[in-house]
Ligand binder design. Structure first.
Ligand code: SF4
Length: 326
């Protein structure tokens, strides 16, 4: 392992100072330590932020929910407000990783986690994300689990987070704190598509710290849920997934929030599906017709040609589960 220094920040100012000098933030460490062991990541300096006061889940004035960056996945999933208001978030977390990892990993770390592309983690393979300009071994390699949406000639890796799919669907906001103060960024703009620079994954500036993820208030009643399709039922990443939230009143879909996972280089919002739903009466035919739009623009690779159809079926099934068929 590459040698590194370790400091534990006692307050936010100390953390930001260390971050400004190039220190890498660490909390649960469930991604970063693995990558350091594999020498994929070789930071010179780690700044442990576990003691910062970012462990609160609270309702916002507008009726949304603010989840502190250091709240663990398990705490978030079990929180009564999250369960009551946004079951899609709880379900996405409970279907992620293992119980042990969920007890350690934080919400901030969850949305920062790096791809599970096997070539990214194999330091002998060509990988533009790990080593810019070296090529992409996945393009002509084993790419069954890789992305079909938002890809580029430089990278076709999926974003691995389930919770990020729920946050994307709900149009959450990421709160950041940096040397120049606080700012907020829409979740849709936080994670970056690979383009020609797949090594740049988040719209973070030097030294910036994630302080919270905020889910906006959405009209009530809101039904929501998360479906994850994978090769085995536990401790596995999504081949496809669907986060769905529907506001149905008077027998009509008034608002719809839908996003997909396991298929995009970032959590993939599905505005065409949402538009098809709004103003319509729930029915099996509506769910089918809306889901038909889920894979628009998909570009498959040699081994993942099954994904567009699987994605449509995943979205259709979850629309049916959340919205009912009447
Ligand atoms: Fe690297 Fe992306 Fe290619 Fe995987 S898909 S090998 S992460 S460049």
């Amino acid at each position: 392992m590459h040698p590194f220094t370790y400091t534990r920040a006692s307050d936010t100012r100390e953390a930001l100072n260390a971050g400004r000098r190039g220190g890498r933030y660490i909390a649960g460490g469930t991604t970063l330590v693995d990558l350091m062991r594999e020498t994929v990541e070789r930071p010179d300096s780690l700044v442990d932020i576990s003691d910062l006061p970012l462990r609160e889940v609270r309702a916002t004035e507008g009726g949304g929910l603010r989840i502190g960056a250091l709240v663990t996945m398990a705490e978030t999933a079990a929180h009564p407000k999250v369960r009551a208001l946004y079951p899609v978030v709880s379900e996405s977390l409970e279907l992620s990783a293992s119980a042990q990892l969920r007890n350690m990993a934080t919400i901030g770390g969850n949305i920062m986690q790096r791809t599970r592309c096997t070539y990214f983690r194999d330091v002998t393979a060509a990988c533009n994300k790990r080593e810019p300009g070296s090529g992409c071994a996945a393009l002509k390699g084993h790419n069954r689990t890789h992305a079909i949406l938002g890809t580029s000639d430089a990278c076709v890796a999926t974003h691995p987070s389930d919770a990020a799919v729920a946050f994307a669907a709900l149009e959450a906001t990421v709160h950041l704190l940096g040397p120049n103060g606080e700012r907020r960024i829409a979740f849709a703009d936080f994670l970056l598509r690979p383009g020609s620079t797949p090594n740049r994954e988040q719209a973070l500036r030097q030294g910036e710290l994630i302080t919270a993820v905020e889910i906006p208030a959405l009209p009530r009643p809101l039904r929501s849920g998360y479906l994850k399709v994978r090769d085995r039922q536990s401790y596995e990443f999504a081949l496809t997934s669907a986060a769905v939230a529907l506001h149905i009143r008077g027998g009509v879909v008034r608002e719809a929030r839908v996003a997909a996972g396991g298929v995009g280089t970032v959590p993939w919002k599905l505005p065409a599906v949402e538009r098809h739903l709004v103003g319509e009466r729930p029915s099996a035919a509506l769910w089918t017709a809306a889901a038909e739009k889920a894979a628009a623009g998909a570009r498959t690779l040699q081994h993942n040609g099954f994904k567009p159809e699987l994605l449509k079926r995943t979205v259709e099934r979850q629309l049916r589960v959340v919205g009912g068929t009447k």
